[in-house]
Write a protein that binds this ligand. Sequence first.
Ligand SMILES: *Cc1c(COP(=O)(O)O)cnc(C)c1O
Length: 450
Amino acid sequence: MAEKKILLQEREIPKAWYNVLPDLPGSLPPELHPGTKKPLVPEDLLPIFPMACIEQEMSPQHRIDIPEEVLKVYTQYRPTPLRRAYRLEEAIGTSAKIYYKDESLSPPGSHKPNTAVAQAYYNKKEGVKRLATETGAGQWGSALAFACRMFGLECTIYMVGISYDQKPYRRFLAQSWGAEMFRSPSNRTEFGKKTRKEDPDCLGSLGIAISEAIEDAATHEDTKYSIGSVVNHVLLHQTIVGLEVEKQLDKVGEKPDIMIGCVGGGSNFSGFFLPFLPRKLAGENIRFIAVEPTACPSLTRGPYRYDFGDTAGTGPVVKMFTLGHSFVPPPIHAGGLRYHGDAPILCHLLKLGLIEAQAYHQKEVFDAALLFTQTEGFLPAPETAHATKAVIEEAKKAKPGTVIVFNHSGHGYFDLGAYDTYFRGKLEDYAYPQEKIEEALKSLPEVEEV
Ligand SMILES: *Cc1c(COP(=O)(O)O)cnc(C)c1O
């Protein structure tokens, strides 16, 4: 019986990812080398990524087959359900139809293993023994720890110091899957040691943790680096989400009018809507809405410029809507939405007017999260709740019968501390100041644009 169920499930999972690169209108600005500022060539990326992912980063193919071994791990939690939110609709009093894709049901509790599993597989296949990465609040770290465990790889995670101390539960989860965790800045890397020497009480930042993980990978023959969002191959792996949604909506005879997702680096939203982009390019009337916090408003208020992807300036230089790589995120509770830029593919589509972006304050976002929890029962991650808020606003003004679909990117069971802060009335709203944006833009890299 169990065998049969697994086989049935496997039949429902798409067998290839959708690669948007050949379908993109206009030309996507190339990624540049941080030193020379010339377009990257595959060799530049080999010390940190496996060849298969580098090829996917630049692939001209429309469909890329999902390896059998990756499908086997996907089958442990995919296909994820697409549900109609009847009770939420009723509570809002809307005659729009609301559907949500539930990515919170993976073992780590978010969409992130969709790419972690693929990356772990390709590294294993190319003889890599260990993966190094950074994590903030721990969503990405725990997803990679799970993926490495599935393929017998070692996993080293540099976790932002303050989260390591204050948000230990995802660290314990990653440790349960066998990952070794270091409080960043650590004593394991030259960059970490230097940072600690300059500031012994340093609480860390995502930028410092990225620099440590990249240094670890670049200085060990058997180790590569793994990234959880932003880059093209991560968005590619996440298209499994949207491809499933396509099949699931077909089954109930629906077509989406509005598709909504929250955006940190852009991977869950892109994976969710990109498979539907060809419909829009063919003239269908369909809206794609990206939602971000007012505290980190890269898509809604950042200029479209070349910038470093990481704080240390060691990674590729990419064109994106950015708050500047020296952006210091305010302490809001959606830790996963605090990146200074966004995926280049997503930014290109925003520039072309093919997607829209909206920003919300965290209090109204938690109000939305609570309404969703009290109607649908599932408690969203604070990141996810940004999408939920936008869904509620769109549903209120939608014409009868409008089909709104959103990506429920993760659960909030490790974020109950943030809910507690909200219940106690201690949550603060924050709009990122314009002076800070302008100041950070002074430190953008000098790039000759063609
Ligand atoms: C990491 C994370 C995000 C933000 O990352 P994207 O790359 O923009 O998807 C959103 N939701 C959850 C639950 C996350 O863990």
